[in-house]
Design a protein around this ligand. Structure first.
Ligand code: FAD
Length: 319
């Protein structure tokens, strides 16, 4: 069982701590895909490994007779099981993401019970992506915001179940981080409102915040400064992703609302192939990380989806 808290690993790290996020394999694929990423990045001494979580989505299948059928599929199940498997195989603390969109409060409670049994005590609490989720959720069954999910986890830690009954067998209270957005969350009316909720997350128990990916360090520094002015004192961990495809020049700003600074964008525009974009992505990411390290960030958290080779090259250059 790993009881070490992520916040202690970050605070006690001698240099800039290294951590990364990976996605569960698509339904039907082997966990070996996850192990392959960990095996590749292990040499950089990851302090913890995050595993994303994904709700089910509606998809439309064309049947042989030409009619269209709506099916509900959870494409990437297994976050809880993968977190446990990683901890047991590698002895590295795993941080499963717990999302509230697409999961009922009861389902979340069952996940917490499983995690408690499995000895996985570090979590990242999030609302979850809603871009593909259609029906509005019944607030009796579902939470709307990460702060509501946080309340459920805090209650669980105090031995209170969703129905008000008691738990007596919590091994260790869960500890957790939550998300923040140096370039503002897309739904937030303004930065001030977004920071207000970031502050609520910390006030109610988040040990640290992890940022959405960004490519312009100036935006991160300005955001951290503003958070500090507002009294947020916890570590704000930069979330870093090397660009690997030429079309990410337009896709990432659209999906994640992350600006690509002009010097980098203009070089990416000149790339003829993804291979060229990948080389450039690694170069930019190395410079970005070196600059963040020079500014004494406590930790760098890498998004490895479709980019684990590039993350390896970046880590090799900076650690
Ligand atoms: P919230 O904190 O709930 O914020 C959502 C919006 O509501 C913001 O605009 C905020 O300002 C506002 N808000 C917050 N609280 C309240 C409140 N109480 N009342 C009114 N407004 C409020 N998605 C996945 O599906 N799976 C993942 O594994 C995953 N991992 C991620 C990891 C990181 C580090 C990050 C940064 C994002 C991740 N996401 C993931 C995406 C994330 O779920 C989306 O960005 C989502 O839209 C917002 O999540 P949140 O936890 O920040 O939500």
């Amino acid at each position: 069982m790993i009881r070490t808290k992520v916040i202690d690993l970050i605070n006690n790290s001698k240099g800039t701590a290294f951590s990364f996020e990976l996605l569960p394999p698509l339904k039907g694929n082997s966990i070996q895909m996850v192990y392959n990423v960990v095996d590749k990045l292990r040499e950089f001494d990851p302090q913890y490994i995050n595993i994303t979580s994904h709700h089910s989505d509606n998809e439309y299948k064309t049947l042989p007779d030409g009619t269209i059928q709506r099916v509900n599929i959870r494409k990437r199940p297994g976050s809880v099981a993968i977190a446990s498997a990683l901890q047991h195989k590698y002895g590295i603390p795993a941080v499963p993401h717990i999302i509230c969109k697409g999961f009922t409060k009861d389902e979340t409670e069952y996940a917490l019970i499983d995690l408690n049994f499995l000895g996985v005590y570090n979590l990242l609490l999030l609302r979850g992506d809603v871009k593909t989720l259609d029906a509005p959720h019944d607030p009796k069954l579902y939470h709307n915001y990460a702060t509501e999910l946080q309340q459920q986890v805090n209650d669980f830690n105090r031995g209170i179940a969703v129905d008000g009954s008691s738990f007596e067998a919590n091994e260790t209270p869960f500890t957790y981080g939550m998300a923040c957005y140096p370039e503002k969350h897309e739904e937030a009316p303004n930065m001030e409102a977004d920071i207000f909720y970031a502050k609520e997350k910390v006030r109610n128990g988040a040990d640290y915040l992890v940022t959405q990916m960004f490519f312009d360090n100036a935006k991160y520094y300005a955001f951290v400064e503003r958070c500090r002015e507002e009294g947020i004192t916890v570590p704000i961990i930069p979330g870093i992703k090397p660009i690997v495809f030429k079309n990410q020049l337009n896709v990432l700003p659209k999906v994640f609302r992350s600006d690509i600074p002009e010097p980098f964008a203009s070089e990416l525009r000149k790339c003829q192939t993804d291979a060229e974009a990948k080389v450039l992505g690694v170069e930019w990411c190395i410079q970005q990380c070196k600059d963040l390290m020079a500014h004494n960030v406590p930790s760098l958290h890498f998004y490895t989806y479709l980019a684990s080779d590039s993350v390896y090259k970046v880590a090799k250059a900076i650690y």
